[in-house]
Design a protein around this ligand. Structure first.
Ligand code: ARG
Length: 399
């Protein structure tokens, strides 16, 4: 039986109730750990709430730089979009949070880690599989999965136990927010036909109407500059998100396949990550050799699936990271993204390592392509087809 648990703490209703519930029902000491992954908010208030709920210690870890550098950037270099659309916002933050839960458990002599995920989602999978990978000796406590309380019950529980919360019975959305984007679930959007109410959107609302260009600079697949100004990663991602979001671009409305077998209607706002992936993959179109580009494109969905499915810390994911890193050696250059209300599109790309050869591509006088080589090449390319047609008759084509 666990004696001391480090709980991943958000400051919301569930994890606040979880602090007290773990103490009362599992007889453990609770250390609350809140990770700042760029969600914003008042972390002093979060700390105070954890202590008021009964935690013996409340820690805040500012992991924004680490999140950007070691989680968002590898995903960006892999153009990672789950089911072709979702840039893995929550899926990326969970393994990092686990890393810090485990470190805190070691530092404070805890024998368990805990999370406030339900039994129906992906996040429990990510928390627990990551913990198994990093610290198989630690127990994992998942109070929300076992306590069987509804949202109204939890609010009553908080009230009865004097746990300070800001939740109300009307607040129906489940929101997860970080530097890479924002996920909004539940409420009326559980009906996949229902249009998301305007109030769910916060980072992708049109406030700019004047069209503009945004130039994103990359070095070896890592974004380093915006409009020629070098920025540190967290600031850069934030800047891109604000700029693009102000044009109302970056929303996703999809039904996705959860790891636990449920189809789920999800809405996301991901102006920063979607714009960066758009620009990055475009830069690859001029800097990656064809076979490398195609093999990489084949592996990208697999990469996204592994991350989504909680396998951030896994041998295949690590091997794919090595492949992706090697592929990025020459992905250096700039991409111009044109912004208008409701749209972001690439209108130009350039690189000192570009494989785009003017002499080969041009139809003008500077043409350096050896036209005479094409006749023999095309003849051999079609030789098998010619032989097939001659032997088995052109009629073989007319089935
Ligand atoms: N469906 C997304 C995922 O599995 C978002 C999850 C958001 N989590 C939350 N607690 N609202 O990655």
């Amino acid at each position: 039986m666990a004696k001391r648990v480090v709980l991943a703490y958000s400051g919301g209703l569930d994890t606040s109730v979880a602090v007290r519930w773990l103490i009362d029902n599992m007889g453990v000491e609770v250390i609350a750990l809140a990770a700042d992954v760029g969600q914003g908010g008042d972390f002093e208030a979060v700390r105070a709430r954890a202590l008021a709920a009964g935690a013996v210690e409340a820690l805040v870890a500012d992991v924004r730089d680490e999140f950007a550098r070691d989680y968002c950037v590898p995903a960006l270099r892999a153009n990672a979009l789950y089911e072709g659309r979702y840039p893995l916002v929550s899926a990326l933050s969970r393994p990092l949070i686990v890393k810090h839960l485990v470190a805190a458990a070691r530092l404070h002599g805890a024998d368990a880690v805990g999370h406030g995920c339900t039994g129906k989602g992906n996040d429990q999978v990510r928390f627990e599989v990551s913990t198994r990978a990093l610290a198989p000796d630690l127990e994992v406590l998942a109070p929300v999965r076992v306590w069987g309380m509804t949202r109204a019950d939890s609010i009553m529980y908080a009230y009865d136990h004097g746990i300070p919360i800001t939740a109300t019975k009307e607040k129906v959305y489940s929101i997860d927010d970080n530097l890479w984007g924002r996920a909004i679930e539940c409420g009326e959007m559980e009906d996949p036909w229902a249009m998301p109410p305007p109030g769910v959107w916060s980072t992708t609302v049109v406030t700019e109407t004047e069209p503009r260009d945004l130039i994103i600079g990359f070095e070896e697949g890592v974004p380093v500059a915006v409009d020629g100004e070098r920025l540190d990663l967290v600031e850069l991602v934030d800047r891109v998100g604000r700029t693009v979001g102000a044009y109302g671009w970056g929303r996703i409305d999809m039904v996705e396949n959860r790891r636990v077998g449920i189809k789920s209607r999800e809405t996301y706002e991901c102006p920063a990550s979607l714009a960066l992936i758009l620009a990055h993959s475009d830069l690859e179109s001029v800097t990656l050799e064809r076979d490398l580009a195609r093999e990489k494109a084949r592996l990208e969905p697999r990469y996204a699936e592994l991350v989504y499915d909680g396998l951030w810390f896994s041998p295949l994911k690590q091997a794919l990271d090595a492949f992706v890193a090697e592929s990025q050696r020459f992905v250096t250059g700039e991409v111009r993204v044109h912004l208008e209300p409701g749209s972001a599109r690439v209108t130009g790309r350039r690189s000192e390592h570009s494989l785009y050869d003017d002499g080969l591509a041009t139809y003008e006088a500077a043409d350096s392509f050896r036209h005479q080589d094409s006749a023999g090449f095309v003849r051999l390319w079609g030789l098998g087809i010619e032989t097939w047609s001659a032997r088995q008759g052109p009629g073989a084509l007319n089935r």
